[in-house]
Design a protein around this ligand. Structure first.
Ligand code: DCP
Ligand code: MG
Length: 673
């Protein structure tokens, strides 16, 4: 880990004083970071730069590439803004914020719960291993499960070449010409997954399945009852899994789920790592742990923390606590500080309550207002039916619009009364829409949230072992339907926890920390409302500035988010009235500079005709991508978005195709599956 830390440090400088080396010849691929170039287990010895160069060369000129560059540019802009704000902080400001941070750290420290023992188990190269079981001739050969458009996973032999999950197959073949492709057979994986679950159940009847191949188990009781160490339990569990399935798995043990998950990756494949329930051991472990290892810290957050604050390891979070408190909202700063302290979830959630119900419809771009109202009426009707089916009524109605230029706007109204009738829904939705006209749209969506407390309870049993429930989203009753009419598609999502594809996100990915979502990635800002900080008390951070909430008469109202923001400001003011609340001014400055807002930039995250059938399978190409692979899903979606943009563009000007050969190859591959 030390080595990784040093490498990371030398890769990039931060605003906090490192010196950049400008003498090297330019290597554009070095800054082209995609999920494909992010190392997974078994990829330690891979020549990262070679992989980056190949991915760069093969994507260059495509819409996917342009989209990546656009996101990168926006991230850079964000980093520059934050650096500028850091620079404006006076030593007095910094010392005041340091006091705030010190106090928060002390408060958070009291949450250190060492009483539980958590085990995270993750199957090794799961799909690939299952395929090898049924075809032993694959053993020892580099192979990937998936096709030319996308790979679901690769065995460890293939990983040595840089081949990994979520990578397009044709890039993988370039990296490893000998690569054998095996098509996805989801039934098989479900069968083996069921077998593993039977084993898990013996150790913790309430185990939390995080995806088909991973689960969290509270083994505190089993250790006590059988007088076994956690390491012994882990070993026995892994042996039993092997006996029952013929498959190997890896395990991590820690005092909370966040730590257990990090640990299970350390000795992959077929290994385990135990982090003792001891505060000193946790702090030592955390001191060299690269931040990217933490669920919720993805590419964007990693870059921001590194380039703005010089934060590379989890421990650095504590050292830079003052700056983090100065630049971020309380909930986000708390999350970072709790990561620095190695805090994570220790309780098994008993119920998961539904947060919202929504639906949306995409269609060919149009400015026809009459058709907008017609679609709105249809959506209101469907939403009403869904609400009634669940016996719910809600108080906050959100209208989601996607413009022709892929800008995503959300407008919400919080009502005095709870509603569920289509008449009421349509009435308020129409008011919200009216304020946006004239506009050219390609998608309209509606969401009702803030349910009437008694009825909102309608819990999903987290221990119910249905396939859907097995997936971490906690969405036990999601239904989807596709309207194949010329109008486009209808996605009818019932949100228990979150939905990254639709952009209507309300909830936490409890079991996997942030479960792959990147905390500071604009695409996921809405999720901050209910983050997985060990300390709860989550207030929305940035979305509040972009999503004006209105009362029934169209006046702005104090949302819970806005209130907590105000609380945070006043709390800081209590600490020091002279300290500016840097984040607010940063955001305002962004607006003044007319930067694209978060939603605009994250348009790629919002499903255009794409939905995950059974929350698993891409409706466009059939690739199977579990919900907890959010970053991969994002990449996958970007890929389809790029494809669509390309098609639209080529309709306008077929000559453009000649200049987009690389992307055209992508498209061909997609249509071939
Ligand atoms: N998967 C997928 N698409 C992805 C990532 C994973 O379909 N982008 C599927 C295939 C994997 C399974 O989920 O086999 C489990 O994912 P893991 O991340 O646990 O990866 P593996 O089990 O394949 O490898 P390992 O856990 O050994 O790193
Ligand atoms: Mg696995």
């Amino acid at each position: 880990m030390e080595k990784e830390k040093e490498k990371e440090k030398s890769e990039k400088s931060s605003c906090s004083g490192d010196i950049e080396d400008h003498t090297e010849t330019p290597r554009p691929w070095q800054s082209f970071h995609t999920v494909y170039t992010n190392a997974k287990a078994g990829m330690d010895g891979v020549n990262k730069e070679k992989v980056q160069r190949i991915v760069y060369d093969m994507s260059k000129g495509s819409k996917y590439f342009e989209n990546e560059e656009r996101k990168e540019a926006f991230m850079r802009q964000k980093i520059d803004n934050m650096c500028a704000h850091c620079a404006k902080l006076t030593p007095a400001d910094i010392s005041q914020y340091q006091k705030v941070a010190d106090r928060r750290i002390l408060e958070l420290e009291t949450k250190h719960d060492m009483s539980r023992i958590w085990l995270h188990v993750d199957m090794d190269a799961f799909y690939a291993a299952v395929e090898t079981l049924s075809n032993p001739s694959l053993k020892g050969k580099p192979m990937a499960v998936g096709g030319m458009s996308m790979i679901s996973t690769a065995n460890y032999e293939a990983r040595r070449f840089g081949v990994r999950a979520a990578m397009p197959g044709f890039i993988a073949r370039k990296l490893c010409p000998e690569l054998i492709f095996v098509p996805v057979d989801f039934k098989k994986y479900t069968y083996y997954s069921d077998l593993t679950r039977k084993v898990f159940q013996k150790y913790d009847p309430n185990f939390m399945a995080a995806s088909l191949d991973e689960a969290y188990l509270d083994i505190t009781d089993v250790c006590k009852e059988r007088s076994m160490t956690s390491g012994e339990v882990a070993k026995e569990l892994r042996t039993t899994v092997f006996e029952e399935t013929g498959l190997t798995c890896s395990a991590g043990v820690g005092s909370n789920r966040l730590l257990a998950k990090v640990c299970s990756d350390i000795n992959k494949p077929n290994g385990q790592f135990v982090l003792p329930n001891d505060r000193m051991a946790v702090m030592t472990f955390i001191s060299s742990l690269p931040i990217r290892k933490i669920g919720g810290i993805g590419k964007v957050t990693e870059h921001i923390l590194r380039d703005v604050f010089g934060i590379n390891t989890c421990e650095d979070m504590l050292q830079k606590g003052g700056l983090l408190c100065a630049l971020f909202s309380r909930s986000t700063a708390d999350f970072f500080l709790s990561v620095g302290l190695g805090l994570g979830q220790t309780e098994t959630p008993q119920v998961r309550s539904r947060k919202s119900i929504s639906n949306e419809r995409s269609f060919s771009s149009t400015e026809d207002e009459a058709s907008f109202y017609q679609k709105l009426a249809d959506l209101a009707e469907m939403l009403s039916v869904d609400m009634r089916k669940e016996g719910l009524s809600g108080r906050t109605l959100t209208l989601k619009l996607k413009t022709t230029t892929f800008e995503v706007r959300t407008r919400a109204v919080t009502l005095q009364k709870y509603i569920c009738s289509s008449v009421d829904i349509l009435k308020y939705a129409s008011k919200l829409l009216k304020a946006e006209l004239p506009v050219s749209l390609r998608l309209i969506g509606l969401r009702l949230s803030q349910f009437y407390a008694d009825k909102a309870a309608a819990p999903a049993d987290p221990t119910q072992k249905t396939l859907t429930n097995f997936l971490i989203s906690g969405d036990a009753s999601r239904e989807s339907m596709v309207d194949s009419s010329s109008m486009g598609s209808i996605v009818n999502d019932h949100h228990f926890m979150n939905d990254t594809e639709t952009g209507f996100s309300m909830g936490s990915h409890e079991a996997c920390g942030y479960d792959g979502r990147d905390l500071l990635d604009s695409s996921h800002f809405p999720d901050l409302e209910d983050s997985n900080c060990a300390i709860g008390n989550n207030d929305g951070e940035m979305q509040k500035f972009h999503e004006p909430l209105n009362d029934e008469n169209g006046n702005k109202v104090n949302t819970p988010e806005r209130k907590s923001y105000q609380n945070a400001v006043s709390e800081l003011k209590t600490d020091s009235s002279s300290v500016p609340f840097a984040f607010r001014s940063l955001d305002e400055e962004n607006k003044r500079a007319n930067l694209p807002d978060d939603d605009t930039v994250s348009s790629s995250n919002h499903g255009e005709l794409l939905l995950w059938v059974n929350d698993y399978k891409c409706s466009l190409c059939g690739i199977e991508l579990p919900p907890c692979f959010v970053e991969e899903r994002q990449e996958h979606f970007d890929f389809h978005l790029a494809e669509r943009l390309q098609k639209e563009e080529s309709r306008c000007d077929t000559r453009m195709l000649r200049h987009r050969i690389a992307f055209f190859i992508f498209s061909l591959h997609i249509t071939n599956i």
